[in-house]
Design a protein around this ligand. Structure first.
Ligand code: NAD
Length: 475
């Protein structure tokens, strides 16, 4: 399972240096392959090819770009199983979820962008008589993380190609297998040479070279807030456009008016927090609970955590898998220890591996109750199956606790009162508010307020991130 080549100018070539990194299976801790790492010289090569490709790709008609997206969509659908298998091996997503959610996102986002591009006007006239035109911004650098690999790649590569922008992708160095399959899909779909490049490499070397490169018109980054800040600083000197999808610490407000649905809503909330082993940027990790139902909610959450199945990513089913590597496992253990040390009440899970498991980066589904919002476990993103439960006196207090965070990616509300849902949603400072389990459809803009980033991915707004607007004035 080696990935020893990068894809530049329409062909697979060896990177210029000889640095490599192991690819590791998080369920077994075994090395399953090697990825060859590129250098800034390879980035220069890809930018030159992209600049050359932009001359003609940037003038492709909307019909040509739509036809390309449709071919990519069809080929992605054909390779769902391969993509799922790759992600399951490289980052530990259980195979059912890897197929039905992680890989399917590549098809869903293609549908979203096709619909958005079909509907988008390329030029229009204002009431003052001036004409506006949309144009591709130019070659773009795309940097993605390991936790939802194909979801993140599709959310960047597809709008770049849809708008006529050559795309240079640097996926996470930890998940090169799924990215290589996606490059094969793009090649087979007929993306012209130079209009797409896949450059494997580390963040500080290849990611930073993309952020700095004066030949790129923009850089789109998804990952940690720490690295997003670094990308913004590196990009500043070349005045390129920077879009950022960063971390989160999303609140989930539970009101006593859920009534008989309380158990269902709390169980679904725990499952959502633990999905992908808690490694989702918009996971609802702070359960902010109205006092009137607090004790019931803690008990339901405890049962839900204890009943959460953990298992081999290769097995079909709705269990959760391991964390993606040792580094992540260590970080999660450190946070669990911190929660205990800071005085939160451990009601399920805790430190170490789940009982009966002695290899693989598996963590115990963990619930802390009586968490205060100034504790580290309520403030820092944990990126593991760890839920913090906080008590709120009333609606006003719940909103204040929810908004008291650096982040603003998502928020969740569980309530039996639709009026309250609207009222509270309007006051939450987050890019998405999910009410009673409502999910985000493909084509809906996704992105954050505050330290969760800027820009929106998906659908029409996702296309606009890659476009300039030109005004035309006729005398
Ligand atoms: P990370 O920031 O370590 O890495 C993300 C990507 O950035 C990788 O490709 C990495 O190589 C690269 N990178 C790292 N340092 C860099 C630098 N200095 N310059 C340029 N590139 C650099 O994040 P991760 O551990 O891969 O992913 C987890 C993080 O991603 C979490 O914080 C999570 O919340 C966030 N995330 C956000 C979203 C979103 O849409 N908001 C989605 C998924 C993940």
């Amino acid at each position: 399972m080696d990935v020893l080549r990068i894809y530049v100018g329409g062909t697979w070539i060896a990177p210029s240096g000889d640095a490599t990194m192991p690819i590791t299976d998080p369920a077994t801790e075994e090395r399953i392959g090697t990825v060859a790492l590129a250098s800034p010289a390879d980035v220069d090569h890809a930018v030159n090819a992209a600049t050359e490709a932009f001359r003609s790709f940037g003038t492709w008609s909307k019909a040509e770009r739509l036809a390309l997206l449709r071919r990519i969509r069809a080929l992605t659908a054909e390779r769902i199983k391969d993509l799922a298998q790759a992600m399951s091996r490289e980052m530990g997503a259980p195979i059912t979820m890897a197929r039905e959610m992680q890989a399917e996102a590549g098809v869903g986002h293609a549908d979203g962008f096709i619909e958005a591009l079909e509907a988008q006007e390329e030029s229009w006239t204002l009431s003052n008589g001036d004409t506006l035109l949309r144009e591709p911004i130019g070659p773009a650098g795309l940097i993605t993380p390991w936790n939802w690999p194909i979801n993140q790649i599709a959310l960047k590569v597809l709008p770049a190609l849809a708008t006529g922008c050559p795309a240079i992708l640097k996926p996470s160095e930890y998940t090169p297998l799924s990215a290589a399959i996606y490059a094969e899909i793009l090649h087979e779909a007929g993306v012209p040479p130079g209009a797409f490049a896949l450059i494997n490499g580390t963040g500080p070397v290849v990611g930073d070279a993309l952020a700095r490169h004066p030949g790129l018109a923009m850089v789109s980054f998804t990952g940690s807030t720490r690295a997003g800040i670094s990308v913004s600083k590196s990009a500043a000197d070349s005045v390129k456009r920077v879009t950022l999808e960063l971390g989160g610490k999303s609140p989930n407000l539970v009101f006593a008016d859920c009534g008989p649905d309380l158990e269902t809503r709390v169980r679904a909330s725990v499952a959502e927090c633990f999905l992908n082993s808690g490694q989702s940027c918009d996971a609802p990790t702070r359960l902010v609970v109205e006092r009137a139902c607090y004790d019931d909610v803690v008990e339901i959450a405890r049962m839900a955590a204890e009943e959460t199945r953990i298992g081999d990513p290769r097995a079909e089913g709705d269990h959760i898998g391991p964390l993606f590597d040792r580094l992540q496992w260590d970080r999660v253990q450190e946070r669990i220890a911190q929660g205990i040390a800071e005085g939160a009440r451990l009601v399920a899970g805790g430190p170490g591996r789940p009982e009966g498991i002695n290899r693989g980066w598996y963590a115990r589904p963990t619930i802390f109750a009586d968490v205060r919002n100034d504790m580290t476990i309520a403030r820092e993103e944990i990126f593991g199956p760890v839920l913090s439960i906080l008590a709120a006196c009333d609606e006003e207090d719940a909103i204040a606790i929810a908004n008291d965070t650096l982040y603003g990616l998502a928020a969740y509300i569980q309530t039996g009162d639709p009026e309250r849902a609207r009222r509270v949603a309007a006051r939450l400072r987050a890019g998405a508010v999910h009410v009673n389990g409502g999910g985000l459809g493909c084509g809906t803009p996704f992105g954050g307020y505050k330290a969760s980033g800027n820009g929106r991915e998906g659908g029409t707004m996702g296309l606009e991130d890659y476009q300039e607007v030109k005004s035309l004035h006729f005398g």
